[in-house]
Design a protein around this ligand. Structure first.
Ligand code: COA
Length: 254
């Protein structure tokens, strides 16, 4: 059985860390498999949303520590940088279903997800300093933005653990559900994302993640896209469906 399971159900690509005996610790082969899956998702127009989760009682315990040792001993390149590139540049919307502890990159990758649904058993921890390391995946930039400077410092300097409810209250988890309801809740979000107009979703995700930082600049950037979108086939279908009092059907668009 593979350490990463990739399955497509309708328009949703589900990517599952599947190494429960090692708490889904991520090896180089697993990163490579996830990169493949994300690249497929970006290429394949039949995939309209990605769902990321883990098997068993842990989302992922982060990078495999034995892999860290090998890398340190052999001075190898950091093999997870293609993963970070694929993760941070994924154009399809992504929902993460956090089924238990998310440690290290298990938490930092969530700052790149669009929606995070957590089981009550989820916990979040970035123990980089205690391992003699520093933050990765842009977390030293993204977490202060997400939760504020002092809270990010408690997470990244002290390596404090957060439970699911606190993570939701701090704003980096959207929804906390009973453990047994996790996959249904996450699939529901992914299915809703998949039914929306794909180009509008791509552009909106890109604005949220990469739009200009000054307000006049952002307004101008949005306006250019907004004018294009007014004339788009997706908008035409949405407007016509409204006039005809029917549900819009965006399935023909990619
Ligand atoms: N890398 C390599 N192996 C890992 C691992 C990791 N990040 N996390 C867990 N494992 C392995 C353990 O070594 C153990 O292997 P073994 O059965 O061959 O001894 C197995 O997974 C089960 O882990 P165990 O520690 O016995 O389970 P637990 O329920 O007591 O604790 C964790 C689970 C995740 C809390 C704990 O394993 C842990 O803290 N892992 C390290 C997390 C970490 O620091 N990650 C790096 C962040 S940068």
């Amino acid at each position: 059985m593979s350490d990463v399971l990739v399955t497509q159900t309708g328009p949703v690509l589900e990517v599952r860390f599947n190494r429960p005996e090692k708490k889904n610790a991520l090896t180089r082969a697993m990163y490579a498999a996830v990169v493949d899956a994300f690249q497929t998702a970006d290429r394949d127009s039949s995939i309209r949303a990605v769902l990321l989760t883990g098997t068993g009682d842990t989302f992922t315990s982060g990078n495999d520590i034995r892999d860290f040792q090998t890398r340190a001993a052999t001075n190898e390149e950091t093999h997870d940088s293609p993963f970070l590139t694929a993760l941070s540049s994924l154009t399809k919307p992504m929902v993460a279903a956090v089924n238990g502890p998310a440690i290290g990159v298990g938490t930092t990758m969530l700052a790149h997800a669009d929606i995070v649904v957590a089981a009550r058993s989820a916990t979040f921890r970035m123990p980089f300093t205690s391992l003699g390391l520093v933050p990765e995946a842009g977390s030293s930039l993204l977490f202060p933005r997400l939760v504020g400077h002092q809270r990010a410092s408690a997470l990244l300097l002290l390596g404090d653990a957060l439970d699911a409810e606190t993570a939701r209250d701090w704003g980096f988890v959207n929804q906390v559900v009973a453990n047994e309801d996790l996959m249904a809740a996450a699939r529901d979000v992914a299915t809703r994302m998949a039914a929306l107009p794909p180009a509008a979703m791509r552009m909106t995700k890109d604005l949220i993640k990469n739009g200009r930082d000054d307000v006049p600049g952002r307004i101008a950037e949005e306006l250019v896209l907004f004018k294009q979108r007014l004339r788009s086939p997706e908008a035409a279908e949405a407007f016509q469906a409204f006039v005809e009092k029917r549900r819009p059907d965006f399935s023909q668009f990619s």
